[in-house]
Design a binder for this molecule. Structure first.
Ligand SMILES: [Mg+2]
Length: 401
């Protein structure tokens, strides 16, 4: 069964998932077409409030992705709903472009430009022309009692050349700082944009597909739906470490939805599973027993597919027993189970994690482990791996966030 077939709706982030800059992610158009053929409901959602849904849909079609405006939700509409509230007549001063102004008008909010004495709300979105006068006006109006609402609070966004440029969150920070208040925010990882997208989808049997852990994956967890992380954009595998709720799959790009995959949900091993863990790891007989504390597994119908163990003493952790069943490799199960084990170690007080590896240095480098002198590995940890040859690489990773 394909990953997408486990859901009735797929919520697709745009930048880093469907396109990067002005180029489509290879295979994204075909993936969307295939999802449509399978009858999967599609919602495109983005924190970027600058463009209207019509403009976003036209942009997608320009990249060869079939899309209509009624499948697109930007952070502008939920922001407008927050402002419009229960329908009383409302005025707003806006820092933002077409998308947010149009959404406010559609929600019945009167947008007031210039230098109004008072407004009900100040709305901040990304605006490429914002200047001091607008920041001053927005701050003054908030200090006079206007409610501060933001489309999104992304500090930055990737510019076409790959550098990071100030996002709506950077503009918002200026107003928040000057006015001394904190905004209500509509966009990911906050709930309003997810609620809007799920309402459009008409089902909660939905999965969020995104490239940013701190907005897409964290936001999906808050909204109570599954997430899939794609590595075609901002976040890397290393960003998964420390998350309270992991994505159910990690893939190179949106094509992962069409792969034959089960949800991968790491969980602590049961005591009766430890022999199977040992078998999966192919531990030689002279290796001392371990667990059940710190042993994590991913299973399918009680068959173990991947495992990792993080033992903790004081502020130090030792990662061992990392293995994926050979027929399951290439699906990032090792990444997910290690991220789960390290997150658990951190919750148990570990601040750094050591390991020894003979063959998987590259895998652990991608999780932001780096080489250290073997002498830096705690003695108690070395004693746990008597089978490990002296030629094995010693590595460490900080677990502080
Ligand atoms: Mg993105």
């Amino acid at each position: 069964m394909r990953l997408a077939d486990r859901y009735r709706a797929v919520l697709l982030d745009l930048d880093g998932v469907m396109y990067r800059g002005d180029r489509a992610v290879p295979g994204a158009a075909e993936a969307v077409a295939e999802l449509r053929r399978a009858g999967t409901q599609i919602v495109f959602l983005t924190n970027n409030s600058a463009r209207t849904p019509e403009q976003v849909a036209a942009g997608l079609r320009g990249l060869g992705v079939e899309a209509t405006s009624d499948e697109v939700v930007t952070s502008a509409r939920p922001a407008a709903r927050l402002v419009a509230g229960d329908g009383a007549s409302t005025t707003a001063y806006v820092i933002g472009e077409d998308g947010v102004r149009t959404a406010l008008a559609e929600a019945g909010v009167e947008v007031v430009d210039g230098a109004p004495e008072r407004v009900d709300a100040v709305v901040v979105g990304w605006d490429g022309d914002v200047g001091y006068d607008e920041l001053r006006m927005a701050s003054v109006l908030v200090r006079r009692g206007a409610r501060l609402v933001a489309t999104n609070d992304d500090a930055s966004y990737p510019a076409p050349g790959g550098e990071l440029w100030p996002g709506a969150g950077a503009i918002l920070a200026a107003v928040e700082r000057a006015a001394g208040v904190t905004a209500t925010v509509a966009g990911k990882p906050h709930r309003p944009l997810f609620d809007e997208a799920l309402k459009l989808a008409g089902t909660r049997e939905a999965v969020m597909v995104g490239d940013r852990v701190e907005t897409d994956v964290v936001g999906a967890a808050r909204a109570g739906i599954d997430a899939v992380l794609v590595l075609s954009g901002a976040s890397t595998r290393a960003d998964l470490v420390g998350l309270d709720r992991l994505p159910v799959a990690v893939g190179a790009d949106v094509g992962v939805l069409l792969e034959n995959r089960a949800k991968a949900v790491p969980r602590p091993a049961r005591k009766d599973e430890l022999p199977a863990v040992r078998h999966l790891v192919e531990a030689p007989p002279d290796v001392p027993a371990w667990g059940p504390e710190g042993v994590w597994v991913i299973d399918r119908e009680n068959e173990l597919l991947a495992t990792a163990t993080a033992e903790v003493r004081g502020s130090e952790a030792y990662l061992r027993g990392v293995a994926t069943r050979p027929d399951q490799r290439g699906r990032e199960l090792g990444t997910l189970v290690v991220a789960a084990a390290l997150g658990d170690a951190r919750r148990r007080g570990a601040r750094a994690c050591f390991l020894l590896t003979e063959t998987a240095e590259r895998f652990f480098e991608r999780l932001r482990f780096s080489r250290v002198d073997r002498g830096e590995v705690p003695a108690w940890a070395l004693e746990r791996s008597p089978e490990c040859p002296v030629s094995a690489a010693a590595m460490v990773r900080e677990l502080d966030q």
